[in-house]
Design a protein around this ligand. Structure first.
Ligand SMILES: C[S@@+](CC[C@H](N)C(=O)[O-])C[C@H]1O[C@@H](n2cnc3c(N)ncnc32)[C@H](O)[C@@H]1O
Length: 240
């Protein structure tokens, strides 16, 4: 089966983000992976519990307040210290598989060997700066034939209130895929999956029907922002 067939099969039997990645990571037989942005470790816990194929799991997160990160998940140092302890406790059953890299992507990614990963899940700093850094720093770590994926592939860049920085996973990840010649899939639950290949295989496969416009201009127009928000709300209600 090729990646698209595997993805479609996994989508049929998944009804949440966690379910989807558990099914995909297991079906793709991922052995070495990284998660960028671990927070309280809920995603890591689920994958390490349920995906028997995983042998090595890098956890990248600073677990500290970041002065220049304007997102709601940016808590104070004490809260992050609690989260860090929680992650260590929660994933202690897989202590021999996990490699904890405490730091920002730019501070610790060098500790992951070149082309050593089957899979990376990007869920850290979702701003334009963050996704640019994460995709560029992690892509080299992926084996040819491996995958890089992520959360918050939000159709609207206005994911939170205007007090926060916009979320630019979409459309930036699509532009990045074109730059490196990779195929990229838009998946339900605001997820994306990119496949690294030897030859230029860029295409954008939208399996949701929502990502019809790759331009930024429309996302700056109030009427378009309203339409996208309504579309997001409708799919959220449908998924309940
Ligand atoms: C949305 S949470 C991750 C949720 C987690 N992946 C899950 O599904 O349970 C975002 C995390 O990204 C981390 N983060 C923010 N900026 C980062 C950076 N520059 N490098 C690595 N991690 C970062 C934050 O500390 C936070 O824990």
């Amino acid at each position: 089966m090729n990646t698209r067939e595997i993805v479609e099969k996994c989508l049929e039997k998944s009804d949440s983000r966690f379910d989807l990645w558990i099914n995909l990571v297991e079906s793709l037989q991922v052995k070495a992976m990284a998660e960028v942005g671990v927070y309280k470790g809920d995603f890591a816990y689920q994958l390490l519990q349920k995906c028997g194929s995983i042998e090595k799991y890098y956890m990248v997160d600073p677990w500290r307040h970041l002065e220049d990160w304007k997102k709601p998940a940016n808590k104070n140092d004490n809260t992050f210290e609690q989260f860090f302890l929680e992650v260590k406790e929660k994933t202690s059953f897989a202590a021999e598989k996990r490699v904890i890299l405490r730091g920002k992507t730019t501070e610790v990614a060098d500790q992951i060997p070149h082309e050593s990963l089957d899979f990376a899940y990007i869920d850290g700093d979702h701003t334009l700066k963050g996704i640019t850094i994460d995709l560029i720093r992690l892509f080299d770590k992926i084996k040819v034939g491996g995958w890089i994926a992520g959360d918050d592939f939000s159709r609207s860049i206005w994911q939170h209130t205007p007090n926060y920085e916009p979320t630019l996973i979409f459309p930036f990840a699509v532009y990045f895929a074109e730059a490196v010649g990779a195929k990229i899939y838009a998946l339900p639950y605001s997820q994306f999956l990119m496949e690294k290949s030897e030859t230029d295989s860029f295409s954008f496969v939208d399996l949701t029907g929502k990502y019809n416009n790759l331009e930024l201009k429309s996302q700056l127009n109030p009427l378009e922002i309203f339409k996208i928000k309504m579309m997001d709300l409708a799919s959220f209600v449908k998924s309940k």
